[in-house]
Design a protein around this ligand. Structure first.
Ligand SMILES: Cc1cc2nc3c(=O)[nH]c(=O)nc-3n(C[C@H](O)[C@H](O)[C@H](O)COP(=O)(O)OP(=O)(O)OC[C@H]3O[C@@H](n4cnc5c(N)ncnc54)[C@H](O)[C@@H]3O)c2cc1C
Length: 391
């Protein structure tokens, strides 16, 4: 049996979980992405691995039914969320039904992994976007068991994980709700760890409390924060070399560059994302706290969203306005990202010399220097420069 090519494999784990012979295992490739391998001697050529593979068989997609601008009413929970906090409200609704929520957390060694929670305390670490590829495969059989027992399940993960789960299950369950997001791609866990080593010199990874989207100081946006030995450090995205590499799409999983799921027809019941540019269309929101763009793609999604709306401020919106701020992830046509020419070299340098050298060699260009200078100039000096005609 041949599995999906490495170029296409999203690493969802459905093949490993489905194989009746336990003939498939995942191992990290040279870029740090878990990829599947077959033990030929165990394989009985049943073809189930190909059947459930979302890179080979795309599950049925749904056209978008409705679009909303959404913000959580509970301000303190909103501050913990990445954008408008819709995940929080949906998760709470599932818990009130005695259900289980699957979402992505940081493990003790700062790996992004999808796991389950059936209490509000358990949901807390799921908040916050982790801009790194995450592992979800092990959860699929567990989710199936919950569904068969009649328990309500909310699965919140990458669009390709949502597709893997749908294929793994192979049928619709009324008690399964899938939530995913407009996804700009998932970078290498190896690259992330090489970066973490540069900031976690005197403190264990478990004490970092790394956040990509911390709203504490400047509201919604890309403001990275983490603990150092002496204080909590805050950085803008240009000052943070890892996030800059994310924005440049330097080390995404290869399948991300030509992702099949970055499109307006959706796999999941509900799609969420940042509502960039909302200030132009909805003056009723305090945009500084973050507003979610929400797409409803199925009747099930509609009913869950309606029930969760008691905890949300909701305005009907125009999908075209959402797409304007998210044109790469929600296009009319599927957008392919360019693979940077230096990507291979970047990984080679990263492995041999570490993050700082790879960053200096491949990611410091004039544009980053300009952005960085702008980010460190105090606001009052910026205002003076603007008056003098410098931008
Ligand atoms: C890799 C990545 C790329 C993204 N790209 C875009 C984009 O291009 N445009 C855009 O508008 N939005 C993007 N988002 C989504 C956005 O950042 C917010 O996660 C989303 O709007 C949810 O907001 P919230 O306030 O409800 O979520 P929160 O309360 O902060 O919850 C975050 C949710 O995302 C899930 N999650 C976080 N990290 C991961 C991960 N690594 N793997 C799987 N699930 C994860 C959690 O399980 C949780 O359910 C991306 C998110 C990620 C993780």
């Amino acid at each position: 049996m041949e599995l999906a090519k490495a170029y296409d494999c999203t690493g969802c784990g459905a093949c490993e979980q489905k194989c009746p012979q336990k003939a498939i295992f995942f191992a990290d490739d040279h870029e740090g992405f878990p990829t599947p391998h077959i033990q030929k001697e165990k394989c009985i050529e049943c073809g189930l691995c190909n059947k459930v593979c979302p890179a080979i068989n795309m599950p049925k997609t749904n056209p978008i039914k409705e679009a909303y601008a959404v913000q959580l009413l509970d301000k303190s929970a909103l501050r913990e969320s990445t954008s408008g906090g819709v995940f929080s409200a949906l998760a709470k609704e599932i818990l009130s039904r005695g259900g289980v929520v699957y979402g992505c957390i940081w493990s003790k060694d700062c790996k992004a992994v999808v796991c389950s929670a059936d209490t509000e305390k358990g949901i807390k670490p799921m908040h916050g976007s982790k801009y790194v590829w995450s592992w979800a495969g092990d959860t699929f059989p567990e989710i199936k068991n919950c569904l068969e027992r009649g328990t309500s399940v909310l699965f919140s993960g990458l669009p390709c994980q949502a597709a893997g789960l749908r294929n793994f299950l192979g049928k619709e369950y009324d008690n399964l709700f899938i939530l995913s997001f407009f996804c700009g791609g998932a970078p290498s866990p190896l690259a992330f760890h090489k970066y973490l080593r540069t900031i976690a010199k005197n403190i264990p990874l478990s004490h970092l409390d790394f956040k990509f989207r911390d709203k504490t100081k400047e509201g919604v946006g890309i403001h990275i924060s983490y603990n150092t030995k002496y204080k909590r450090k805050y950085e803008s995205y240009v000052a943070n070399s890892y996030f800059y590499s994310y924005a440049q799409k330097t080390c995404h999983r290869l399948s991300c560059y030509h992702c099949q799921y970055r499109y307006k027809d959706r796999i999941e019941d509900i799609t969420m994302g940042d509502y960039w540019g909302i200030e132009k269309y909805h003056s009723e929101f305090d945009v500084n706290d973050g507003v979610s763009a929400v797409l409803i793609n199925s009747n099930k999604g509609q009913s869950l969203f309606k029930a969760a709306s008691k905890d949300l401020k909701v305005s009907v919106t125009d999908i075209n306005n959402i797409a304007r701020g998210n044109n790469l992830t929600l296009g009319e046509t599927r957008v392919e990202f360019n693979i940077p020419e230096f990507r291979e070299e970047f990984f080679r340098t990263l492995k041999e010399y570490g993050w700082r050298t790879a960053d200096r060699k491949y990611l410091w260009d004039m544009e980053r220097t300009r952005l960085w200078v702008r980010s460190v100039i105090p606001k009052n000096i910026k205002r003076v420069l603007k008056k003098l005609g410098f931008h």
